[in-house]
Ligand binder design. Sequence first.
Ligand SMILES: [Zn+2]
Length: 177
Amino acid sequence: MHCPFCRHDDTKVSDSRVADDGTAIRRRRLCPACERKFTTVEQVVLTVVKRSGVVEPFSREKVISGVRKACQGRPVSEAQLAALGQQVEDQLRASGKAEIASDQVGIAILGPLASLDSIAYLRFASVYKNYESVDDFITEIKAMRRNADSFDVAVPATPEPRKAAVGSAQQPLISTP
Ligand SMILES: [Zn+2]
């Protein structure tokens, strides 16, 4: 792996440790040319399988832009959206699966969005859950009221995960030397 500081084409690993509950490996690396240190994280590349069968890499930015639309005009900051994106990705990674159905991504968004903004949640859920009538909204709102104290969104049962091939990627995570 290239040194992110001087582009030297070889670096030495000085330390490896399991991180994030075993879903990632962090490696401390040293560049023999410029002697600076940096950290890489190796983790499974999450892929999303759409209903059409098309497979694409998971994108936190896509999650955020979808939620941003539902949050239009609502008092939700970019920082809150970024935190939600992180929460969704963490939740999906914690499942330990490499391949995720796009529906699962939607489900992972519902919980954090409900605690962020109830109107944005209803907007998002109306599209995601395919509401067809006002009754669907009323049912959802009733469920929200029931759970108002310890808000916990009712989500459909998750289908049995498919066994998936595990790919990996190394991303440089530049830290202070
Ligand atoms: Zn270097």
